[in-house]
Design a binder for this molecule. Structure first.
Ligand code: NAD
Length: 429
């Protein structure tokens, strides 16, 4: 096992599964498959830069609170660092480091010239006012000012953040450097250089990979039964696009529980309901209330975990009934659960492929910004679809040629490209 290489003061990782050890384990498997040099593997198992800043902020009631804001830059041999900013109570440095490493392989797999990064603050954004969130975001950005930039490290939205936070980050960065720098973030509003199609991009990528996997089985999306955990940026977009393509979304859940309808939920009505109901699907009708745990084990064709990590574990994996699992979230299936699913020939579309639509359109947003030419949505979707389908086919081909599971094939392609670039660049000094 590759030694975990994070500072010893990090202690807040989740109780039983360390996300960073899990990420290193996938790296190790890919290294073995590719017969990578041990030195290169050692380099790739360490994040290049780990930054934690204090964010003192004044709450609306006058109380001063100090938050910790992380940014981890994993590897930039292919280009500037790229990765989301997460606001969620379960954020830890280990989780952020694991997600930064995943971003490196994801960008390489999709053939886009970025390295991996991730950032986060352990807060529940629902417990803060808009003004408080703005103060937190601006101070966090200001503390990171020397570590981010359009050719250095480019943040994007993730759990708990959206175009709004990206606009605050872009403005804070721009004011600090003295001129407008739209390229410092992606996933920003259209009014300041965002890309058409970005909001739906990750969900669209999920829909595309599921569609391709079904096509490989001789099926189409028409009438396919889908359960989706999470109805945020990613889950709701995937639900809308799958619904439009004729799939039957039989269940959806959010933090407080889920809703089930065997005839298929009315997704546009559910989207409107969540907009009025603090983004929760609980209480939606027609539909029956179910728990998050129940959703994961429903009889369905496709299961899409689109919320948190470690949702399908050794404890519940044997009850999963789906034939395809599309990892819309990062790391929703644990290492042990993944082994079981592979042994049962259940198709797992791994996160670094299935949820790559977001970073692909982030890349397209960055390219548009750098060239000062902005495309219509049709072009963005077309370019994104091309990259997604190409990556999907390459992964399936790699899996077939090497006789290895899909996830290992995806990692082998991503890790192999980074290792090649690293060895071509050489070690300085
Ligand atoms: P979000 O905050 O917009 O939505 C998260 C959703 O998960 C919400 O509906 C929330 O209610 C639900 N949720 C939270 N805890 C839950 C629980 N215990 N059970 C069931 N549902 C729960 O976040 P998002 O941007 O949609 O991100 C979701 C996942 O997708 C994350 O793993 C993220 O890293 C990954 N991802 C996001 C993007 C992106 O573009 N936003 C890109 C790639 C990967």
């Amino acid at each position: 096992m590759i030694a975990s290489s994070l500072p010893s003061w990090e202690t807040a990782s989740p109780a039983h599964i360390c996300p960073f050890d899990q990420a290193c384990s996938y790296l190790e498997q890919a290294g073995k498959e590719l017969k990578l040099d041990a030195g290169i593997l050692e380099v790739l198992s360490h994040p290049h830069k780990v930054v934690t800043v204090s964010i003192p902020m004044k709450r609306d009631n006058g109380e001063i609170q100090v938050l910790a804001g992380h940014r981890v830059q994993h590897c930039d041999v292919l280009g500037p660092y790229k990765g989301g900013i997460r606001y969620h109570p379960a954020v830890t440095l280990r989780e952020v480091s694991a997600l930064a490493m995943l971003m490196t392989w994801k960008c390489a797999l999709l053939g886009i010239p970025y390295g991996g990064a991730k950032g986060g603050i352990a807060i529940d954004p629902k417990k803060y006012s808009v003004g408080e969130l703005e103060r937190i975001t601006r101070r966090y950005t200001s503390e990171l000012i020397k570590d981010i930039g359009p050719s250095v490290d480019i943040p994007a939205p993730d759990m708990g953040t959206s175009a709004r936070e990206m606009a605050w980050m872009m403005d804070t960065y721009s004011v600090n450097v003295g001129h407008a720098v739209p390229g410092v973030v992606t996933g920003k509003p259209l009014s300041i250089g965002g890309s058409r199609g970005r909001e739906m991009a990750t969900g669209r990528g999920v829909m595309i990979t599921v569609r391709e996997a079904l096509a490989d089985m001789g099926k189409s999306l028409q009438g396919v039964r889908v359960a989706i955990q999470g109805f945020g940026n990613v889950g709701s977009a995937a639900a809308i696009l799958l619904h439009q393509a004729g799939a039957k979304i039989i269940a959806v859940s959010t933090g407080g529980g889920g809703v089930y309808d065997d005839y298929g939920l009315d997704i546009p009505a559910l989207k409107a309901y969540t907009a009025q109901n603090h983004r929760s699907v609980v209480g939606f009708s027609p539909g029956v209330a179910i728990s998050n745990a129940e959703l994961l084990t429903l009889p369905c064709d496709v299961l899409i975990p689109a919320a948190l990590e470690n949702q399908i574990t050794e404890e519940n994996v044997k009850e999963v009934q789906a034939r395809i699992i599309a990892e819309a979230a990062n790391g929703p299936v644990t290492l042990a659960a993944n082994q079981y699913l592979e042994s049962q020939n259940i198709t797992v579309l791994p996160d670094i492929l299935a949820n790559a639509g977001g970073v692909v359109v982030s890349y397209l947003e960055w390219v548009q910004g750098l060239s000062y030419v902005f495309w219509d949505e049709e072009r963005v979707n077309r370019e994104m679809e091309q990259l997604m389908v190409q990556a999907y086919r390459q992964v399936m081909q790699e899996s077939k040629t090497r006789g290895i599971p899909i996830r290992l094939a995806a990692y082998s392609l991503g890790v192999g490209r980074v290792a090649q670039a690293w060895s071509d660049r050489g070690l300085y000094p």
